[in-house]
Design a protein around this ligand. Structure first.
Ligand code: ATP
Ligand code: MG
Length: 555
């Protein structure tokens, strides 16, 4: 999908107007994650949008850790966020920013609001605050502490800062309008007491700014022109604007909202994903079944496929759910065009080619990609014994079965036509090998006797291959909307979301595969080396995705 031919989305239209009218000379956006978990598919959308807009319009995009809440943040998350943004193909302007970098300035501006008579220290407890706030249909009531003098407020706020009050004893609130139809304007909290140390500022502070107070001011300090967030912040925009208008900030950023990305068959909430990790329903944040960027990277999804998916999903103000098959489509598209082909037998069954000399081996040359000569060729060892998949042989079968059948012919992909003679069985009657014959002179040709092969199957030489483990992943949830309408998503975990196969046989050329390489294992799907297993002696391949959508059939 080309970026230039689709119509502009509503944010692009706003930006173009702002640039054309001279309202801004250059744009600056930001991606502001709270470092309290790993980034997920929803964040990928926000990253793609913010960094992508900056790229498209020759602007800049900042990365800002929204670390106003000291209790929940961890260094591990700060690092993973940077890694994920870069892996998606983006680079922030300058250093990584932290909202906590601005705590001194935010505090000074809070003092300024008090001096202007626009903020006050309120002693109502949480329950009273709720009571006074009113409802959507009823106005709120003014706090009895709203009329405190500027001097008293300054002194009390300083005591809050100095740690002289317990958590919850009081807070700093903006003095706006308790009768406003917008609850966010009913004297919102600007500062709370929290006696917790912070990963950036240590024990310097025991009062922390609210998101609403910190965010717009951080945007202003950084010179953000277009502050893009999700729709749930739409009703916060008047407060965002109030702060910008009532403070001596160095710039006037504007907030724009778009609808968040929701995808079916998955959950995109850090809290829920953290629960999956903490309760060991998955093996960590980067479990290849997780919709985290780290998980999708380990699974083998490509940064381009994720960007293409975000583009396809579009940018609107309409709430909706995107079908996960759209993501899978984007992945297959990218991989089909660009991944080398290889053969790997997942459930090996030995085939002994009885007319092929025991001492002989040969090397067959095959294209790396059937449509892309530029990708070159690969060498396939061939000999008297090969492996095929157990599913690709039957003693008897109907016409629909176009694989190897006793007494019939099949073509080995990139190699000869063979004909099966008999099945070798163990005492229990299980097929443990097949005796077959090579039909002479069929490399790249049909058999001279005119009896054509029905189908093509993949295979791997028994004398020279790579023994490997293959991990087959499926959707993590069986339900289309696992966390909708009060449902517990843990009830819909797919018990078959991971199947581990050992003793698989891959073609020898895969022994030199690199961690970033992605292959189409012919007839099986797309695979990549698991990035937790770097030892070539024990290759572990992850299935990125199957060749076709098998879920559509089930549904
Ligand atoms: P979560 O609910 O998973 O914790 P969040 O919105 O609280 O998500 P933040 O770290 O605050 O997580 O988000 C950083 C940025 O990513 C914000 O600008 C937020 O609007 C955006 N974002 C988060 N989830 C989505 C989503 N599903 N679609 C689009 N943007 C998202
Ligand atoms: Mg958040």
């Amino acid at each position: 999908m080309s970026e230039t031919i689709r119509p502009l989305n509503f944010i692009e239209r706003i930006i173009e107007e702002d640039l054309n009218s001279g309202k801004v000379t250059a744009i600056r956006t930001r991606f502001p994650p709270e470092p309290n978990g790993y980034l997920h598919l929803g964040h990928a959308k926000s990253i793609w949008l913010n960094f992508g807009l900056a790229q498209r319009y020759g602007g800049k995009c900042n990365l800002r850790m929204d670390d106003t809440n000291p209790a929940k943040e961890e260094e591990e998350y700060v690092e993973s966020i940077q890694h994920d943004v870069q892996w998606l193909g983006y680079q922030w302007d300058g250093e990584v920013h932290y909202a906590s970098d601005y705590f001194d300035q935010l505090h000074a501006w809070a003092v300024y609001l008090i001096e202007q008579g626009k903020a006050f220290v309120c002693d109502l407890n949480a329950e009273q605050m709720r009571e006074y706030r009113g409802t959507l249909t009823e106005p709120g009531k003014e706090s009895p502490f709203r009329t405190r003098s500027v001097e008293d407020n300054l002194a009390l706020f300083e005591k809050m800062r100095a740690g002289e009050f317990e958590e919850g004893a009081c807070c700093l609130r903006a003095k706006i309008d308790m009768a406003s139809a917008n609850i966010n304007l009913r004297d919102p909290v600007l500062y709370r007491i929290k006696k917790a140390s912070h990963h950036q500022t240590g024990d310097k502070w025991c009062i922390y700014p609210s998101y609403d107070y910190a965010h717009g001011q951080s945007d202003a300090i950084e010179g953000i022109t277009h502050s893009i967030c999700t729709l749930e912040f739409e009703s916060h925009r008047p407060l965002y604007d109030w702060c910008i208008q009532n403070l001596p900030v160095p710039a006037e950023p504007h907030q724009y909202e778009f609808s968040r990305l929701n995808v079916n068959y998955t959950v995109t909430s850090k809290r829920k994903l953290k629960q999956l990790v903490d309760e060991n329903h998955v093996a960590g944040w980067d479990d290849p079944r997780m919709p985290t960027i780290a998980g999708m990277r380990r699974r083998g999804y490509t940064p381009k496929a994720l960007r293409d998916f975000c583009e396809m999903a579009g940018v609107t103000k309409v709430e909706g759910v995107v079908d996960i098959s759209m993501l899978e489509h984007a992945i297959r598209n990218d991989l089909n065009d660009n991944s080398p082909r290889a053969m790997c037998v997942l459930h090996p069954l030995k085939v002994i080619l009885t007319n092929y000399p025991e001492t002989q081996t040969e090397t067959i040359t095959a294209p790396v990609h059937p449509q892309r000569e530029d990708m070159g060729t690969r060498a396939l060892p061939f000999g008297r014994e090969i492996f095929i998949d157990q599913d690709d042989f039957r003693e008897e079968a109907n016409k629909q079965y176009k694989r190897l059948v006793k007494g019939k012919r099949v073509r080995l992909r990139n190699a000869y036509v063979i004909e099966a003679d008999e099945a070798v069985k163990d005492a229990a009657g299980n097929i443990i090998a097949v005796h077959a014959r090579v039909i002479e002179d069929t490399l790249g040709k049909d058999p001279a006797d005119g009896v054509k092969a029905k189908g093509v199957i993949h295979w791997v030489a028994a004398h020279d291959n790579l023994d490997c483990e293959v991990r087959l992943y499926d959707r993590l949830f069986t339900d289309v909307a696992p966390d909708a309408g009060g449902k517990n998503y843990l009830d819909y975990l797919n018990p078959n979301s991971l199947v581990i196969l050992s003793g698989c046989k891959a073609e020898k050329s895969l022994a030199t595969a690199g961690l970033e390489d992605r292959f189409q294992f012919e007839r099986e799907g797309y695979f990549t080396l698991d990035n937790k297993h770097t030892n070539a002696d024990s290759a572990v391949f992850n299935r990125i995705i199957g060749l076709k959508d098998t879920w559509e059939k089930v549904a």
